[in-house]
Design a protein around this ligand. Structure first.
Ligand code: NAD
Length: 282
């Protein structure tokens, strides 16, 4: 199946990045969000991202204009996804919300369109269970920051057809990224391991360790490119908390989110998104 039009649902950190890399690879992109102000923010975010590539000599200013012209912003879901050959949903990490979005996508999309979710941890089969489109519903788990991270997990739900998988692998490769097949259990591969690490650092900070020391230890002693406190700030504390909750529900107690992680989410200390997590951001 040939892909030309990509629709992204949810214009937050991930949706903006997925829109940017899709447009850079020549796709016609529609980015939609329930919040019009979020669409403005996404526009600034994508402009900024492309501007950095110009500064590094990786893009010409003319190319930036043509990439931006390929991204349409629209706060109406029905209009945004009507012509899409492939949709990537990147709304909040909440099962009920995602199920509702996919029921709407079934109504508004072409019957052959691939329906992808960028969920970090929710099983694809569970999202698909309220739809009649399990054969074309698939996990396409991009990593943050999308323009920089090379790997993308692709998750085949119980009903996802092999054709959907093949087309999705082609889409991921066309973005210059490498797909990795992950089995459809809560957290897949990456969140199942990283959420546990990020939950643990919350306990370690409560025990008295400084975030700077934890990060330096893991960068200098374990060779991690980014320490886990910086990583939690980048990902967003709420994303890690929801991931842990999904895994606790499916695998039990050992994935319980630490009470302090929940408290930090309630207090709005999400990280870069809110300007403060373990560290402060402009
Ligand atoms: N942040 C990360 O590092 C990361 C990495 C990989 C995957 N993810 C996953 O990607 C998804 C998005 O995460 P994010 O960090 O970009 O979140 P975010 O909070 O930055 O953005 C989510 C956006 O979804 C929008 N939204 C909410 N309901 C909507 C609806 N019904 N229709 C359209 N838009 C709607 C919100 O207005 C918001 O702009 C989540 O499922 C998350 O688990 C996040």
């Amino acid at each position: 199946m040939e892909l030309r039009n990509i629709a992204i649902v949810g214009a937050g950190v991930m949706g903006s990045g997925i829109a940017q890399v899709s447009a850079m690879s020549g796709y016609s992109v529609t980015l939609t969000d329930v919040s019009a102000s979020q669409l403005d923010k996404a526009k600034r975010f994508i402009n900024g991202g492309l501007g950095k590539l110009v500064q590094k000599g990786k893009l010409t200013p003319e190319k930036v204009d043509s990439i931006l012209a390929q991204i349409k912003m629209n706060d109406r879901l029905d209009e945004s996804v009507r012509d899409a050959d492939l949709v990537v949903e990147a709304a909040f990490e909440n099962l009920d919300l995602k199920q509702k979005i996919f029921k709407d996508l079934e109504k508004y999309c072409k019957s052959a369109a691939i329906l992808g979710s960028n969920t970090s941890a929710l099983p694809i089969t569970e999202i698909a269970s309220v739809t009649k489109s399990g054969n074309r519903l698939i996990g396409i788990h991009f990593m943050n920051p999308v323009p920089l991270m090379k790997g993308v997990e692709v998750i085949q739900g119980q009903l996802t057809s092999n054709e959907t998988v093949e087309t999705t692998l082609g889409y991921v490769r066309s973005l210059g990224k490498e797909p990795i097949i992950a089995i459809d259990y809560a957290g897949f591969i990456v969140s199942r391991l990283l959420d546990v690490l990020m939950n643990e650092v919350v306990k370690m900070v409560q025990e008295g360790n400084k975030p700077e020391d934890i990060d330096r230890a893991m960068e200098l002693c374990a060779g991690h490119p980014m320490g886990p406190c910086k990583l939690l700030d980048l990902v967003g504390a709420e994303i890690a908390m929801h991931g842990m909750e999904t895994m606790e529900r499916d695998f039990g107690e050992r994935y319980k989110p630490h009470p302090l992680l929940k408290k930090r989410v309630l207090a709005g200390l999400l990280g870069k998104k809110t300007g403060q997590g373990f560290y402060k951001y402009e």
